[in-house]
Every structure is written in C-alpha cells, then in structure tokens.
Design a protein around this ligand. Structure first.
Ligand SMILES: Cc1cc2nc3c(=O)[nH]c(=O)nc-3n(C[C@H](O)[C@H](O)[C@H](O)COP(=O)(O)O)c2cc1C
Length: 160
C-alpha cells in the first residue's frame, strides 16, 4: 500500500479534534492535537487514543500513567493548530485557559467536553501506540458545536 495514497484515503474520514494532555516528570504540562480519540467501553469506562510512539506525548503519557482528552469547540481551531505544531520555543499552553484535573492533567476550561484518565494499557501498533484510558472523571464545561477535521481542513461545527 502506497503511504501517500493511504493518507489521502484516510483523510476522507471526518473526525472531531481533541487535545491530549499529560504531566511531565518535572511536573510541567505537555499536550498534542489528536483525532484518533475513540470511546471503547462503558463498563468499565474506557477510551483510547492512538499516539505516535516516538513522539513526546506518547513517551510522557507512558511515563506519567495519566492523560486527559479535551474535546475542542468550533472556535478552537488556533488551539488545534498550535498543539499540532513543533513545540520549539513556544509554550503550547500559552493559548487557552487551563485548569488541573484530579490526575494532575491540564483540562481546558471552555472545552466542549473533557475526560480525565489513568492509563489502563498500551498496545504497540506499528509506529503508533494504542493507549487505553480508564476514565476517572469527565465533564461538559461548554455546550457548543465541535471542531471538525476533514481532508486536512478544520471546519467549524456541524450544520443542524
Ligand atoms: C487534526 C490533527 C489530528 C492529529 N491526530 C493525531 C493522532 O491521533 N495521533 C498522533 O500521534 N498525532 C496526531 N496528530 C499530529 C500531532 O498533533 C503532532 O505530530 C504533534 O506535533 C505531536 O506532538 P508531540 O511530538 O509533542 O507528541 C494530529 C494532527 C492534527 C492537525
């Protein structure tokens, strides 16, 4: 399978957009944009994200054993872009207002929803890792239309 063709095909799958956050060993924050969030089970409450194994977020989540999933709203495109960009010298968390959930993970005060999780399992899958999270706490801080990602483009919410 040609990887360029595979990416083009997979880009046709529309998703919501989340920011996965976690805690660094020094107590600092880390996070990245993701579209691979999925609900897995209700009993026990399990969710998953699929993270590039070589990335900072995956390594930091494995080390901390905790992560939060922040569901972005229609007006969070800039946040979605920032948390997908190279961290470099810019603090990704300089944008948005952040609280701290029970696990210590950052949660966005105006997220459409957030889930605070402890890592239940990590399953290697090619160059990614499927991270299963046991949901410890969850909230819907702001009832708003979600940010959507399709064909490498952000869209503001859904027409009803
Ligand atoms: C809309 C969107 C969705 C993304 N989804 C994922 C994803 O599910 N898993 C992943 O590993 N990277 C995903 N990425 C790429 C990461 O956000 C990007 O590589 C980021 O810089 C990784 O940060 P890190 O190296 O600090 O972990 C996505 C990017 C965008 C723009």
């Amino acid at each position: 399978m040609d990887s360029h063709q595979l990416r083009t095909v997979l880009a046709q799958w529309a998703t919501g957009v989340v920011v996965v956050t976690t805690v660094r060993p020094d107590g600092g924050r880390h996070g990245m944009t993701a579209s691979s969030f999925t609900s897995v089970a209700l009993d026990p409450p399990l969710v998953s994200v699929c993270l590039a194994s070589a990335g900072t977020t995956c390594r930091t989540v494995r080390r901390s054993g905790v992560f939060a999933v922040n569901v972005l709203g229609h007006d969070h495109e800039e946040l979605g872009r920032r948390f997908a960009g190279s961290p470099g010298e810019t603090d990704r968390f300089a944008l948005g207002r952040w609280d701290t959930a029970a696990t210590g993970c950052p949660v966005l005060t105006d997220a459409v929803a957030w889930l605070d999780c402890v890592v239940a399992a990590c399953h290697p899958a090619g160059d990614h890792t499927i991270v299963l999270g046991l949901v410890r706490d969850a909230a819907t801080p702001r009832p708003a239309a979600p940010l959507i990602y399709h064909d490498r483009t952000f869209y503001e919410g859904i027409a009803r």
